[in-house]
Design a protein around this ligand. Structure first.
Ligand code: NCN
Ligand code: DMD
Length: 355
């Protein structure tokens, strides 16, 4: 694999010429101008990414990064840590929320153990464990700088494999008890906003648990003092291996000019990290759904993106991406298969009584 800096420097913005051509075609289709709303914006963005007007998405891949977070020992999550390992196996068995939705969309799930706190060997699992769980960020840095880089490289690696297999679109997902805390810490580190504005209840907490979560995240930032101008520093001090892995997916997708979907809060935090490494990466990102977690909106405002769906979902796993694949495909079907005004005009012979 190429060096990370080489990849970051190799990212180009999307193709303006292709976007103009796509807009011209959409404006010529038999419909009132702009009447397909966001579907038109999506079709234009897709064209800018690939340089093509028509973008069939037969090979769809959803990459799930699973990892554990040392900060759970502070009681920041309502769920026991072993859910990370259990759900990871269930992803491969196809019985989870994301599994069912990805099957419905015809997307392939790729499940990566990038740092689960257990020894797992399950057929089909990508074994890329960096370490069994990060350290507790409330007591010191979560990982080393080398581990942070390795997490990002793992994501880029997964994209390179997808490119070799002919993937046309990617989605991102994760599993990691405690990862709404690491995500919130990353957002707070980059924006300087306080816990009351960013932190949510994650998979569910009592009021008491919620107050403790905000206190712990604030403490993690105070102790570690992440440098917001150095995204690798932010990731290593208050991040997770899953977030690093997904950030690598966003960087890789931008480098190889593939459209890539953001899922919920954690995936969005990874997208923010990728954006901080190279802002052009946002040209390749689509937001699937609006997570119910408060920090999510802050991120997509920074990225200048708009969610396609608002289903009040907060499952994570990549579940929103699985649904949004259908919308990306719909946008392509419209620009590719709808008739233009010229093509749609029916011969006069058939029009018996038209005035
Ligand atoms: O995607 C989201 O916006 C989202 C919001 C809340 C929770 N989650 C999922 O729940 C887990 C993290 O929740 P927590 O409370 O342990 O931080 C993790 O596995 C995520 O996939 C995901
Ligand atoms: C069962 C379960 C599934 C999940 N998927 C993402 N976070 C989760 C948390 C729990 C508890």
């Amino acid at each position: 694999m190429k060096d990370l800096n080489e990849i970051l420097e190799g990212i180009e913005g999307s193709c303006e010429h292709a976007k103009i051509k796509a807009k011209e075609r959409l404006d010529n289709l038999a419909k009132p101008l702009g009447s397909l709303g966001q579907l038109e914006e999506i079709a234009i963005k897709l064209s800018g990414i690939t340089g093509k007007i028509s973008n069939p998405m037969i090979n769809k891949q959803l990459i799930i990064m699973s990892a554990d977070n040392g900060v759970v020992e502070e009681g920041v999550s309502s769920c026991p840590q072993n859910i990370t390992a259990i759900q990871t196996i269930n992803f491969i068995r196809g019985v989870t929320g994301v599994g069912v939705l990805a099957k419905h969309a015809g997307a392939k799930l790729k499940v990566v153990d990038i740092g689960i706190n257990a020894d797992i060997d399950y057929p089909g699992l990508y074994k890329r464990k960096i370490r069994k769980s990060t350290w507790n960020m409330a007591k010191g840095h979560a990982m080393t700088r080398e581990e942070a880089l390795k997490a990002i490289e793992t994501g880029i690696d997964m994209v390179e494999e997808a490119v070799r297999e002919g993937a046309q679109v990617l989605g991102t997902g994760e599993m990691g008890i405690g990862n709404t805390s690491t995500s919130s810490a990353i957002i707070m580190a980059f924006t300087g906003y306080d816990a009351d504005r960013i932190v949510g209840k994650g998979s569910g907490l009592t009021e008491e648990g919620f107050e403790n979560k905000k206190k712990i995240i604030t403490q993690a930032l105070r102790i570690n003092e992440p440098d917001k101008n150095d995204p690798i520093d932010v990731l290593s001090k208050v991040g997770g291996f899953d977030i690093g892995g997904m950030a690598g997916c966003f960087i890789g997708a931008a480098y190889y000019r593939l459209p890539i979907l953001i899922d919920g809060l954690i995936s969005a935090a990874a997208a923010l990290l990728a954006y901080k490494l190279n802002p052009l990466a946002a040209d390749y990102m689509f937001t699937s759904h609006c997570s119910a977690e408060p920090g999510y909106k802050t991120i997509i405002e920074i990225l200048g993106l708009k969610p396609m769906l608002n289903l009040d979902m907060r499952l994570g796993e990549g579940s929103g991406c699985a649904i949004a694949f259908n919308i990306l495909e719909a946008a392509d079907k419209v620009i590719t298969n709808m008739a233009t005004f010229e093509e749609a005009s029916i011969k006069n012979d058939y029009l018996i009584d038209i005035r």
